[in-house]
Design a protein. Structure first.
Length: 190
């Protein structure tokens, strides 16, 4: 009962769920367009050859996905379950250059490795832009195993973070067009 109420309320407020629900309506719209316009004699009209996900991706940039608690992780996983396979999430991950509690020799080895990779000695972490989708393996803590993990030259959030949050996801964008919208925009299709 509470799950239905939560979804009902989310669709009536400016929430990420509502925005993603609206953007993901492009997926069935593209399938409908394909069904109406396809050439039956074409090899592309064979079943399983064309999917709307081939030309549409709803890429959500959640920079703090790594810090999500169990409730937020479960809500994110519900989004993956509810919406089509074209939904993908990009987030910022990091590893400490020198893990806490490491021995002196391990710290020295980590520093030597960081110098070889030309990481500045004051940079305590290595940052990565990661991509997950509904087909990524679910880990024990509720997170998903990243499909792609690209190292960034440093921490991506400078200043207010809004545009940087979107920019770290651009390596995962495919196609000719990119439409960046805020989570509170009602960019939906009915």
């Amino acid at each position: 009962q509470w799950e239905k109420i939560r979804v009902w309320a989310s669709m009536r407020m400016q929430t990420l769920w509502r925005t993603v629900a609206g953007m993901c309506l492009y997926h069935p719209a593209l399938q409908c367009h394909y069904d109406v316009q396809r050439e039956t004699s074409s090899c592309l009209s064979a079943p399983g050859v064309w999917k709307p996900s081939d030309c549409f991706t709803c890429l959500v940039s959640m920079q703090i996905y790594k810090n999500f608690d169990k409730t937020r992780l479960s809500q994110t996983n519900k989004m993956f379950a509810k919406f089509p396979e074209s939904l993908k999430v990009a987030y910022i991950d990091w590893d400490d250059v020198c893990p806490k509690g490491a021995s002196a020799s391990a710290k020295d080895a980590a520093q030597i490795l960081a110098q070889a990779d030309r990481v500045h000695r004051r940079q305590q972490r290595r940052y990565y832009s990661c991509l997950v989708d509904k087909h990524c393996a679910l880990l024990a803590d509720g997170r998903r195993q990243p499909r792609y993990r690209i190292e960034m030259p440093g921490f991506a959030i400078l200043g207010d973070g809004k545009s940087d949050n979107q920019n770290h996801a651009i390596p995962f964008m495919r196609g000719l067009f990119c439409q960046c919208i805020d989570a509170n925009q009602g960019a939906y299709f009915e």
